[in-house]
Each structure stands twice: as C-alpha cells, then as structure tokens.
Design a binder for this molecule. Structure first.
Ligand code: PLP
Length: 405
C-alpha cells in the first residue's frame, strides 16, 4: 500500500530499501549500523525480565531468539523482497532445512525439481525418508510433470530456479497456481536470481529462501541464510522452531550481510551485464558444445525467464550472473579451468570475483551418476560465476582458456 510519506519504507525504491531499510539507530545515533556482539541482554528489574520473557514487554532476551543487528538484516531483506517477515539463519542450508522440516510431517509428500543444489537433494532424498517424507523429483522445466506428480498427501512444491548448475527454469506462477488448488505450499530457493531479478512471492509462492552467502554478501566472507513470507506463516511455523533448535545467524555475519545488501542492486546488475556479453562470446567459441544462459534467446525456457526475471516490474532487467557451458568431456573442462589466469577455480557463486567450477567433481558430486544423467549434467559442463572485473579482461582470460581446452 502506497503512502505520501517519504519516510515510509514501503514507498521506497529498491536501492533506497537496500541502503536504509531496517536501520535501527542506538541512543548514540551512529551513521553505520551498530554491531551488537552480545549473547544476552540485561533488565532493569526482575519484573522487566518477567515481562520480556512473557512477551508483554517488547525487547531482546537472548541472541538465539533475536538480536538487533540480525533484526536489521531481517527487516532490510524483507523490505527488498516485498515480504512481510524474514527469519535469518546461519547458512543457506539451515534455511532450506528449516523451511522444509518446519512445514512437513511424517506421511507428507514433496514435489521437487530434480536439478537441485546437491545438499537440497540430499535432504529430500536421504533425510526425508527417515522421517516418513517422500519426494517425487520431476523435470523442473516441465510444468505438466509437476502436476502429474501430485498425490493426495502432497504438501510442498520445492523449486530452485534458475537451478544449480544447469540453469533450468521452473514456471513459478504455474506451479503456484496448482499448489493453491490442492492447499500445498510453494517454497522457492531464489539464490541464483537474487531479489533483484525475481520476486517469487509476487508470482504466488509462499516462502522464499536465500543462501545469503552468495550475492547478498557478494564478497566471499560469511555464511548466512534467510526464510521470507507472510508474518503469520513465518511466526507460526518458524519462530519457536528457530528459538529451540538454534540455527541463528551470528550478529557479526548479519552486520557483514547488511553491508552486502547496500550494494546488491549495483553489483548484480553490473555482473549480469558482463555475463550477458560473455555468454554470447562463450556460445560462439568453437570449443563450446552448448551454452546455458537465462538471458539468451536460445535458453530452452527463455519465454518463462522473460516473464519471471522482472524484478517485480514489467521488463526483464537481465539474465543473472551465472553461465553454464559444456566442453564435451572432463579433460577439456579441467584444461579450461587450469588455464584461467584471472578467473578463480572455486565452487562459490554470487561473488564479485569471477570463479569457475566443475560441478560433477565438486558441488554435485554427491549425486549419483544416474541422477546426473537425468538432468543432463555430464563431465564436460563448467559453471561460471561472473564477477565485477572488467568485461574485457574476463573475455580475454576465458577465450584464451577455451582456445586451449
Ligand atoms: N541453495 C543453492 C541454490 C545453493 O547454490 C547453495 C550453495 O551453497 C545453497 C542453497 C546453500 O547455501 P549455504 O552454502 O549458504 O549453506
């Protein structure tokens, strides 16, 4: 809802939300957000402690439950996402694990894309069955397959889009519509798109999950995660769960991530602009068998990308900063990685430093050969995280390494 008050954060543009959202100044009126590196809090009287613990008096009691620096991060990210509520966690996987297990009961069924980050797939494949939760993995890009997988006990649709590492796209609006029909919840791991390019809640999803370790930090320093959605769902499902199981984000990491958010919009737009140029050059190289980049018209789900990658506005604003390409076999992929001079070999993504990874031997090695075949992930694929270096330097480095691949 829009107001005429210029200090109302709900009316701010995304860059303003990223710089100022959630700021809580202390009595000292510091410029930069304060780092409340404290485990617990003190009370003026025993009555006050009683009131804080009962909830009758607002305020913090213990940093596993809440902390002012962590709350600033949660409030800022919620504003940027357009979500009512956010709970921060110690890592992206803590967020994925909590988001799923907070909603699931023994006997429930999950439908998930089969192209998932390896640890997410492990939770559903290995951990879920121990607690009586079954998952059907489907071709994430095939909307009809999501529908065909529905069972009477389906409670969650778990979407990662674009998916790691081959950047398959799931139509969030279409899956959300079918979830509404059966009363199931839609959880979207929005790591690859970031809140700048894709707003799953606007497309009908119930929960958005981040590994803040990636673009939100963007400078390779700390781990963090977040779960966002409507206040009622977040409070009822996750507040006590987080309190009593302890996956809290540390105040120091929250402080680093708050500062990461300040430049998120600038960084990911610039990284995406460079990635778009590089994707074309990579696709044109004679050693490259196939290229996947959501911003290219030859991406198999480019039409869905055009609808989803709007940042909440009307026009697609970029294709993101990740590119995948196939060099045919592992020897060629390794030759390419080993020849890079500027781009690092690393499994992280979202970083301002460009980095390339070989998924089948690193991030996705916990998948079986059969699972990798299902998603078309063969040993020739490389995933490239495009950073903030000069586009010319990156192009020269990558093309020279491709020449020798
Ligand atoms: N989801 C996706 C899509 C990822 O790529 C990652 C990466 O590691 C995670 C979740 C987990 O995040 P974290 O490493 O912060 O636990």
């Amino acid at each position: 809802m829009s107001t005429d008050d210029p200090s109302d954060p709900r009316d701010w543009e995304i860059p303003t939300r990223l710089v100022r959202g959630g700021t809580m100044r202390s009595a000292h009126n510091e410029t930069a957000e304060a780092l409340y590196l404290t485990q617990s809090f003190v009370y003026d009287t025993a009555e006050s402690a009683d009131a804080r613990f009962s909830g009758a008096e607002p305020g913090f009691v213990y940093s596993r439950y809440g902390n002012p620096t962590v709350q600033m991060f949660e409030d800022r990210l919620a504003l940027v996402e357009g979500a009512e509520a956010c709970r921060a966690t110690a890592s992206g996987m803590a967020a994925v694990y909590l988001a799923l297990t907070g909603l699931l009961r023994a006997g429930d069924h999950v439908v998930a894309g089969r192209a998932l980050f390896g640890s997410c797939r492990w939770i559903l494949n290995t951990w879920g069955p121990r607690y009586g939760v079954e998952t059907t993995f489907v071709d994430a890009a095939d909307t009809a397959a999501w529908k065909a997988a529905i069972r009477p006990n389906t409670k969650i649709f778990f979407i990662e889009t674009p998916a790691n590492p081959l950047l398959e796209i799931t139509d969030i609006a279409a899956v959300s519509a079918m979830a509404r029909d059966i009363g199931a919840k839609v959880l979207v791991d929005n790591v690859f798109a970031t809140p700048i390019f894709q707003k799953p809640l606007l497309l009908g999803a119930d929960i958005v999950i981040y590994s803040a370790t990636k673009h939100i930090d963007g400078q390779g320093r700390v781990l963090g995660g977040a779960i966002l959605g409507e206040t009622k769902l977040i409070d009822e499902t996750y507040r006590d769960f987080i309190r009593h199981t302890g996956p809290a984000l540390s105040p120091f990491n929250a402080w680093v991530l708050l500062n990461g958010l300040v430049t998120l919009d600038l960084r990911v737009r610039a990284q995406s602009a460079t990635a778009a140029q590089l994707a074309d050059r990579i696709a044109a190289h004679r050693k490259v068998k196939a290229t996947r980049y959501p911003g290219r018209a030859d991406h198999p789900q480019h039409e869905v990308v055009r609808r989803q990658f709007t940042g909440g506005g009307n026009e697609m604003i970029g294709g993101g900063n990740l590119i995948a390409f196939d060099l045919g076999n592992q020897a060629a992929a390794f030759n390419f990685l080993n020849a890079l001079k500027v781009v690092d070999i690393s499994n992280n993504l979202g970083d301002a430093r460009s980095m390339a990874t070989h998924p089948t031997t690193t991030t996705h090695r916990s998948m079986t050969e059969e699972q990798r075949q299902e998603i078309g992930l063969t040993a020739g694929w490389v995933r490239l995280n495009v950073g903030l270096e000069g586009a010319g330097d990156l192009a020269r480095d990558i093309e020279a390494a491709l020449d020798g691949a």
